[in-house]
Write a protein of this length. Structure first.
Length: 140
């Protein structure tokens, strides 16, 4: 997934745009920006559906800046420490699964951990780390 941020002298914050492997718009997120109704309307009407359209639009816009956000590699150690179930989970099994996952899925799995933990209520115990990975709970 390709991630871009647009900043501008005409608004504070940033707008995130996410494009899939084919360069097609997958997600638009304006929550990081303080946009007026007019600016929101402009974004929705001018939303670049491809990376090529995005670059063309940015070339034509003097007040905005485009930054490509490069993915951060999330290591197994980072996942293991964040999931923090070292006593009951199998590090060997979790590592084996982690190594077979695409980087994009590793990022999703890692980023979803806090949300997954918040969803556990009423004394429900979190799944073993390897079960979390095998069941791809971030996709549910």
């Amino acid at each position: 997934m390709n991630h871009y941020q647009i900043t501008s002298t005409t608004f504070s914050g940033f707008v995130d745009l996410f494009y899939d492997i084919n360069g097609l718009l997958e997600k638009y997120d304006k929550t990081g920006a303080d946009l007026s109704v007019k600016q929101q309307t402009w974004f929705l009407q001018s939303l670049p559906r491809t990376i090529d359209e995005l670059k063309k639009l940015m070339h034509e816009t003097a007040t905005a800046t485009l930054t490509e956000i490069l993915p951060i590699e999330i290591t197994f150690a980072m996942f293991w420490n964040r999931y923090d179930d070292k006593e009951l989970s199998s590090k060997k099994k979790a590592l084996a699964k982690w190594g077979k996952m695409p980087i994009s899925e590793q990022q999703k799995a890692y980023n979803h951990i806090p949300k997954y933990f918040r969803s556990l209520t009423g004394g429900i115990r979190k799944k073993y780390a390897e079960t979390y990975l095998n069941n791809e709970l971030w996709n549910n």
